[in-house]
Structure formats: structure tokens, C-alpha cells
Design a binder for this molecule. Structure first.
Ligand SMILES: Nc1ncnc2c1ncn2[C@@H]1O[C@H](COP(=O)(O)OP(=O)(O)OP(=O)(O)O)[C@@H](O)[C@H]1O
Ligand SMILES: Nc1ncnc2c1ncn2[C@@H]1O[C@H](COP(=O)(O)OP(=O)(O)OP(=O)(O)O)[C@@H](O)[C@H]1O
Ligand SMILES: [Mg+2]
Ligand SMILES: [Mg+2]
Lengths: 247, 247
């Protein structure tokens, strides 16, 4: 039975999408069956997964719309696509229309949870990428998740939002999803040669380290990550490609 | 009469807040009268402006709520604060409640415009920081603006969203704010020693350079920017401080 992990932080540009993308492939390399869900109308994750030949018919926006209208869902073969060892459910800009409608729809927090529940048996991990907001889409993702990974870059603006995010997660635990746990804080885009990043990493560890796990592995800033995202490859594959082409 | 400029891009972490913050101080140094408006519930801009001794009573969320309820607005002295030569209107997390309510309120796109209109006579520039979304708050900011600056970092995920953003701005021009112009695209966090950033900057210039201005000044990536934001200083002041302390 799959573990469902949401990757969330309302602060923009902290490497939510990059983390889901690379985690999906790393887990795949370890032989795990992985489903990645793009739950951001920006659809960055979808753009990385998409290969030239793929044509997207049904996205998570369509499935959510059917769920909201209490219509029967499409067959999963219609909205689950594959790329190598990894399956994914794509997104589209229409998900922002779903977000607006979710606000008006009573009891709509568990719509995504109900879509993912029957898929648990098919995977080891289901990873959900979210948009930079604490609105109805992220609430749905957190209501469907067993745990949440919080990526954060070691800078002032990013640490500011941690309090609101943890408050929101605790509210969801109390009211909607009693099972949600904190998987941990993932420090991303770290330049540990700078005093700023050293200091802020320490601050985050002091402020949150008691109540929550902070992953020991800090993801360094490297232009390779941006390059890998651009070529629709994981950092592992891109690295291997680099080694092959440069040597 | 002030020019109202919105700084917007639904892609997260492209330096919207950092650009408003440093532009406000640079214009102030040039002797311009500047009002900065924080229109993001995350309130990052407010955190940079805030000094230890300041106590925020009224924020843009309170003013918007009064405007929505057709009540008379508070005196501007209650919601306009000052820091050095720059005035600012702070935000708070309650602005996300305003965002949810704006969706249900007919004809609410011009609420911010009506708040800022009487302030035009007092300033040369009014700069609006927005949240990473194309929702009701950013629509309000774009409906109030004479022009829009689009910050973008030269990476794959950021360039993807430009089409949606320009479409949204053109719709606003047609339906709500016929005067809105594109001030230009500002390339931020550029590391021009990397092929990736050189290539993407070229791509953006080729794709958008004909129809829109692309500022010649590309903002380089530098840890000084993160440091300045953390100490609540502009890059200019921080630089001067650095020079004084290090020499
Ligand atoms: N370790 C890293 N080193 C260098 N660049 C990185 C790293 N991780 C992510 N990036 C780059 O930083 C930018 C932001 O990352 P990403 O888009 O994954 O963040 P996000 O949190 O998903 O953003 P959003 O809030 O818009 O959804 C991207 O251009 C990405 O390529
Ligand atoms: N030129 C730069 N060099 C290095 N770091 C920068 C630069 N500009 C911005 N930053 C850092 O990048 C991060 C993102 O910038 P900022 O928060 O201003 O973006 P934003 O678009 O306002 O984000 P959001 O979408 O969350 O509102 C911040 O930590 C900031 O300090
Ligand atoms: Mg993302
Ligand atoms: Mg910002």
C-alpha cells in the first residue's frame, strides 16, 4: 500500500517541483513503484515529464471536476501516464478553475484523497507537487497525504512562512486528516559557503528541530539542477549524461 | 501624479518582492516620492520594511475589507507607514481571507484601484508587490496599474508561465483596465557565466523582445541580495554598509 507524501510550502520558488521530480526518479531507481501527481495549475512538473510524443487527453483538473460533480471518474488509464519507471498524473491551467470552484463546494477538502485512495494498492509512493499557496488545492493535497515534506531555501523570506504553514497543517490534522505527519524539512538550494545560509540553516534547526525532523541531506545549489529540469531529466540521469558526454 | 506599477509573475521565487523593495529605495535615492504596497498575504515586503519599533494597526487587508463592505475607508495616516524616504502600506495573512471573499463579490476587480486613486497626487511612483498567483489579488493589482514589470529568472519553469501571464494582462486591458501597459521583462538572479542562463535569456529576448521591452540591466545572482533582505536594508544601503565595515 502506497505512502502518500505531499510536498508543500506557500513560499514560491523553494524547489517543490524540483524535489518531487528528482525524488520520483530516485525512488524509481531503488525499484519502488512511484506515482507523481502535479497539483499546480502552472504544470511545471507536467512539462518536465512530458515527452515530445505524448498527447495529454485527461488531466487532474478533469478528474477533479468529475469528482466535484459527483460523476463517475474516467478510467485510470486515461489520466495516468508513464515515463520510464515512473507514472504521473498531469495538470493544466484549468486546475485554477477547479481551485475557484472548490471554495464554493461544501465538504470538498477530501476530493483528491478519494481519487488517490484506490490507487494506493498499485504503488509504493504517491508524491504530490503543490502550488505556492495555502488555498483549496494545497488543502486538498494535505488532506490526502500521510505526510508532508517542506522544502525551504535558507533565506529570510522563506523561513517567515513556516509558522503559517505548520499552523495550517495542524488545523488539517485536527479537522480533516488526523493521520497527517510531518515527514520533515528539506533544505534546498543551499550555498553553505555563505554565512547567510549557514546562519539560517542553524536558525531553522533551532526553531523547528525539536518538533520536526530536518533532513540531514542539504541540497546544494547547482546550475546542473536547472539544466536537468530544462532537458526533462532527473539530476541523476543528467549527471550520467554529463559524465558520458564530457569524458 | 503618480505612476502605478504592478510587479507580477505567478511563478514563485522570481524576485518580485526583492525587486519592489530595491526599486522603492533606488527611486527614493533619486529624490522621487514613492509608495510601496504589499499585496501578498505572505507579507515578505512588510517584513523588510518593518522596524523594531513599528506596530502595525491597519493593513491593506483591513482597507480592502472596508472597501468591499462599502464602508468609509480609514484615514490614510492609519494605513500608510514610513521608513526613511519611502512610504508603504503593509499586508498581513488576513489578505488571504480577502482573496477568498473577492471571488464571491461582483465587480470587485477595481477595489484596489479605488483605494490608490486618491493617493496618486501625493507620490511620483506607487509600486505593488503581488503574490505568486493569477487569482483575484493579482487581478486587482493589474486592474489598478498603469504598467506591469515582469521579473523572471532565466530558467525553464519560469519562462513557461509567461504565456498565461501575458494572456491574463491582455484580458484585463480589454475588459477592466484599458490603460495597462507592459513596462517590461526584468531578468533576475542571472548567472551569466552559465550556458543555461545565456541560452534562456536569448530565448526570452527572441520570443518576447519584439512585442515587449526587456530591460537591458540583468540583475546578477548575489548572496548580498539575500543578506540585504534579511537585515531589512536595500542592496544599495547594504553595499555601503559592507564597504564601511570591511574597509
Ligand atoms: N538545488 C538547486 N540548485 C539550483 N537551482 C535549483 C535547485 N533546485 C531548484 N532550482 C531552480 O530553482 C527554481 C525554483 O525551483 P522550483 O520551480 O522547483 O520551485 P517551486 O517551489 O516548485 O516553485 P513554485 O513555487 O513556482 O511552484 C527553478 O528554476 C529550479 O530549476
Ligand atoms: N539577485 C538575486 N541574487 C540572489 N538572490 C536573490 C536575488 N533576488 C532575489 N533573491 C532571493 O531569492 C529568493 C526569492 O526572491 P523573492 O522572495 O523576492 O521572490 P518572489 O517572486 O517575491 O517570491 P514569491 O513568489 O514567494 O512572492 C529570496 O530568498 C531572495 O532573497
Ligand atoms: Mg513548483
Ligand atoms: Mg514575494
Amino acid at each position: 500500500k502506497a505512502k502518500i507524501i505531499a510536498v508543500a510550502n506557500q513560499k514560491g520558488g523553494v524547489a517543490k517541483t524540483t524535489s518531487v521530480w528528482n525524488m520520483a526518479f530516485s525512488l524509481g531507481e531503488l525499484g519502488k513503484r512511484v506515482l507523481a501527481v502535479d497539483f499546480d495549475p502552472q504544470s511545471n512538473l507536467t512539462a518536465s515529464f512530458l515527452e515530445e510524443t505524448m498527447i495529454l487527453k485527461t488531466t487532474i483538473a478533469d478528474v477533479m471536476t468529475k469528482a466535484m460533480d459527483e460523476e463517475s471518474l474516467p478510467n485510470k488509464e486515461e489520466y495516468i501516464y508513464s515515463r520510464g519507471k515512473i507514472d504521473f498524473i498531469p495538470s493544466s491551467i484549468h486546475l485554477s478553475v477547479v481551485e475557484a470552484n472548490l471554495r464554493m463546494e461544501m465538504g470538498s477538502e477530501k476530493l483528491l484523497a478519494n481519487i488517490l485512495e484506490p490507487l494506493r494498492a498499485l504503488y509504493d509512493f504517491i508524491l504530490i507537487d503543490t502550488n505556492p499557496s495555502l488555498g483549496p488545492l494545497t488543502i486538498n493535497a494535505l488532506s490526502a497525504a500521510d505526510s508532508v515534506i517542506i522544502p525551504i531555501n535558507p533565506e529570510f523570506y522563506a523561513t517567515m512562512g513556516l509558522t503559517d504553514l505548520t499552523k495550517t497543517i495542524l488545523k488539517i490534522r485536527k479537522r480533516i486528516n488526523p493521520g497527517i505527519q510531518f515527514e520533515g524539512i528539506l533544505m534546498t538550494m543551499c550555498d553553505m559557503q555563505t554565512n547567510l545560509h549557514k546562519e539560517v540553516c542553524l536558525e531553522v534547526t533551532e526553531a523547528y528541530g525539536n518538533g520536526m525532523k530536518i533532513f540531514k541531506g542539504q541540497i546544494p545549489r547547482s546550475i546542473r539542477v536547472g539544466e536537468a529540469n530544462r532537458y526533462g531529466m532527473s539530476v541523476i540521469d543528467f549527471d550520467i549524461l554529463q559524465k558520458i558526454t564530457y569524458n
